[in-house]
Design a binder for this molecule. Structure first.
Ligand code: CP
Ligand code: NVA
Length: 305
């Protein structure tokens, strides 16, 4: 059966093994050892929204695995003139060996996956960002060694990144708190699911509305933009509602001394994160960005190799 990565739930039981493989692939790459399981294969990449990291890491990653990636913009595809996503999925399935899709709507992601006969990888939609979280977990594993004694506090909007972090943290046995302003909590179903998984793995999954309380003594602080792609209309209201949620020196000083600060990027210094924290000694944001490449190579090798 073909494999998809639409949600972290799709790889829930394989996450630790995939992270191990990603670590191996990273080592090989650093040692200059070729690893080319995608020789002769192609990845179609459909981007409905802009991207720096996802686009470049998937494109470069496919090349490093011996394959070829195609950047496909809906503006240039016939989707822009009304061809359905289902027909697009069926046609692409006749040409390429996998599809990476960045979509505005999760329903479109599901529709594409249901109609494709090849693996579909979610490169972000409005509900989840699983590839980002795989890179984040790889980063945490490299720096902290284990997940079980870690507590990640996500400070900000209960968005796609937050949803996938809850599921990913739960799956690897790491405590996760989503700390958001009231009304910006993560998806309820995902939160409940993460709590259920956590009961099996020993991860405590919780919600808070107070950053100062939530980060006390924590080992990982994570933040993301307050205005995600597609939320631009709400900008003014959001900036107002998120007051007090900036990850700054004062907030970081409440955590443990060896706390790491994470951000999936792109970041806005002086909005969700202060410049001093973003560019300071606790920040691991560029390690996360690099690990997109290695984590996704493991995902592609597994799904398309
Ligand atoms: N973090 C992330 O997905 O970045 P891009 O939007 O640049 O791909
Ligand atoms: N939550 C952000 C993540 C960007 C990588 C967004 O969806 O725009």
């Amino acid at each position: 059966m073909k494999k998809n990565l639409i949600s972290i739930l799709d790889i829930q039981d394989r996450i630790k093994e995939l992270l191990r493989i990603a670590g191996e692939i990273k080592k090989k790459h650093k040692n200059g050892e070729p690893f080319t399981p995608l020789e002769g294969k192609s990845l179609g990449m459909i981007f409905e929204k802009p991207s720096t990291r996802t686009r470049i890491s998937f494109e470069v990653g496919t090349t490093q695995l011996g394959g070829h990636a195609l950047y496909l913009s809906p503006k240039d595809l016939q989707i822009g003139r009304g061809e359905t996503i289902a027909d697009t999925a069926k046609v692409l399935s006749r040409y390429v060996d996998g599809i990476m899709y960045r979509a505005f709507k999760h329903e479109m992601m599901v529709e594409l996956a249901e109609n494709a006969t090849i693996p579909v990888i979610n490169g972000l939609d409005d509900l989840e960002h699983p590839c980002q979280i795989m890179a984040d977990l790889l980063t945490i594993r490299e720096i902290k060694g284990t997940f079980e004694d870690q507590h990640l506090v996500y400070v900000g909007d209960g968005n796609n990144v937050c949803n996938s972090l809850l599921l990913g943290g739960a799956a690897v046995g790491m405590d996760v708190t989503a700390c958001t302003p009231k009304g910006y909590e993560p998806n309820q179903e995902i939160f409940k699911k993460a709590q259920e998984i956590g009961k099996e793995t020993g991860a405590v999954i919780s919600i808070s509305n107070s950053p100062k309380e939530a980060v006390k003594g924590t080992t990982i602080i994570y933040t993301d933009v307050w205005i995600s792609m597609g939320d631009e209309e709400d900008e003014k209201r959001r900036l107002n509602d998120f007051e007090g949620f900036e990850v700054n020196d004062e907030l970081v000083s409440r955590a443990t001394e060896e706390v790491i600060v994470m951000h999936c990027l792109p970041a806005h210094r002086g909005v969700e994160i202060s410049a001093s924290v973003m560019d300071g000694p606790h920040s691991v944001v560029f390690d996360q960005a690099e690990n997109r490449l290695h984590a996704q190579k493991a995902i592609m090798a597994e799904m398309m190799g």
